[in-house]
Design a protein around this ligand. Sequence first.
Ligand code: UFG
Length: 323
Amino acid sequence: MILVVGGAGYIGSHVVKELVETEDVVVLDNLSTGHRAAVDSRAIFVKGDLGNVDDVLMVFRSYPIKAVMHFAAYSLVGESVVDPLKYYQNNMASTITLLKVMMRFKVKRFIFSSTAATYGIPDVELIDETSATMPINPYGRSKLMVEQVLADLATSDGLNYVILRYFNAAGAHESSSIGESHDPETHLIPIILQQLLGQREKISIYGADYDTPDGTCIRDYIHVTDLANAHILALKALLTGKKGAEIYNLGNGLGFSVKEVIETCEKVTGVKANVEIADRRAGDPARLVASSDKIFSELGWKAERNLEKIIADSWKWHQKQQY
Ligand code: UFG
């Protein structure tokens, strides 16, 4: 059985939906930001808190866990600057609780959700896994700290792990049964689509004076189903003993500016956006684009869904959003 911590969240729920096709799955989630309705009915759901050792012990005593996927984290860069302890507590300390229980039950396979925020402000066009990790906010640091703990546990306890550093996760399941639903929503694509649906008055572009061709920030958007498929391959690698301690970037390798994303949303939906230029948002690097060559050459994964597909699936979801 596979334990998915944070399986009711945006990315976790999309992974669970793929995972239940081949594995027995138990989801542990406190529903602080996740949604019960997002969890596939074929998975067992346990409401519990990663920071509460009794909740975690109960799951390990009740189910024969052979591997753990860990998605339960706070992920808002701005909030992490204002309230760092919230991030170190939840993203770092709670993960230690989970890892302690895993070691006690001799569960040695772990897949960890990490982030492009571990790189900080990169000095290369395409970021690969050897690029320097110098996070510029507590969110990125909390993730990098866990990465370092995992490396130490590989040495001390023989932990086998795969760290996946996501770039900009976006889109929704093709069926529209699950999708992105944050409160408050801070991510670009859902904000644009909400405006196109008349749920927001306008879209603010956070800065048009960056050192990029059109002055707006460039990001690498990756479809959440492509992300999910990478997790399935990483798990397979761990279960077959192929991989022990690896870090992989997950991106498309293509950068789109905020203006280009807005234009593509207008093209895909046929609706005109109401846009204003606003001040820069603190902590935004000008450009973050991944090289995902390593996971392609080692596990055969590459992103298969482009920006149009991301937006089309997201648009379908937002039109009939169920939670
Ligand atoms: N943006 C706007 N207006 C908005 C929202 C976003 O202009 O209303 C811009 C941002 O400034 C940024 C781009 O759109 O340039 C993308 O912003 P998102 O908030 O969608 O995503 P981020 O790149 O800030 O964040 C993502 C993940 C984080 C992760 C980070 C790594 O959501 O968890 O990448 O840098 F930490």
